[in-house]
Design a protein around this ligand. Sequence first.
Ligand SMILES: NC(=O)c1ccc[n+]([C@@H]2O[C@H](COP(=O)([O-])OP(=O)(O)OC[C@H]3O[C@@H](n4cnc5c(N)ncnc54)[C@H](O)[C@@H]3O)[C@@H](O)[C@H]2O)c1
Length: 281
Amino acid sequence: MVQTIGVCGAGTMGSGIAQVAAMAGYRTILYDMDAGMIAKGRAGIEKSLALLQEKSRLTEAERQATLDRLSFIHRVEDCIADLIIEAIVEKPDIKLDLFLRLASVNDPKTILASNTSSLSLDALAEKVPGPERFAGMHFFNPAPLMKLVEVVHTLHTAEETTQTVMQVARQMGKTPVRCKDAPGFIVNHVARPYYLEALRLLEEGLSDPETIDALMVATGFRMGPFRLMDLIGNDINYAVSISVYEAMGQPERLKPSPIQQQKVQEGALGKKTGKGYYRYE
Ligand SMILES: NC(=O)c1ccc[n+]([C@@H]2O[C@H](COP(=O)([O-])OP(=O)(O)OC[C@H]3O[C@@H](n4cnc5c(N)ncnc54)[C@H](O)[C@@H]3O)[C@@H](O)[C@H]2O)c1
């Protein structure tokens, strides 16, 4: 039974996932190697809970109880839990290194889940100790609001592991959907051209981000591709584009755009850095 959840990475996704876990009643540990990110993650959660209380979506007692269930750590050795959700940088070697360290300090039954958007979980499972307790748990941004969670089982994931992850997602008030491991799983696979075709228009000087976004919103999308890339983080979106492109055998239609690379090189990562395709306060 899952009582304690560890979340690794206190960035855009990790801090949101930790908030959701603590609100759902789990003792929650939020770990990041960067003390500044832990402070930022903690402040973000506190602000979000205060806002929910202001809107009467949370009582003062619930807000306080949620905060009491949360702890913030910067030593991986202290990340001991029944289920650990990894939400760090989208790089396979760095994720694997973290999973190896987590496996060495946790019980062999601890479920290890990755929030990766696009990396091959089958490939990671080959190297994670105890691959039967390893799965994907892919939340969407912003994690406290978005209902969907893709629960990805690898060739080695035990049915019991998948069931437990689905159950935890439901307890968090989410809608879990079972997926097989595939490049970008379901949503990022289908959504890739939404970003890339918009970037082609920009590359060719045929339109600009404001116009493209306004038109896509007018046709019924909740958010235009450039606003959405800024929300996701241009580094993450670029990494996902490369990973899906490579995994699909480099088809021309999925080739990442040089504009994405340029944004990353400039540090224009989007909302999280205050500048991307748009500027943010
Ligand atoms: N941003 C999105 O919209 C989105 C949506 C779904 C899934 N994801 C996935 O979630 C993961 C995290 O994305 P994000 O947008 O939250 O990234 P982010 O850049 O906002 O945060 C990443 C955090 O990980 C920390 N970190 C990096 N390496 C670490 C390590 N070795 N040990 C501990 N902490 C480390 C960083 O300090 C940072 O705080 C990625 O795998 C991404 O593909 C992102």
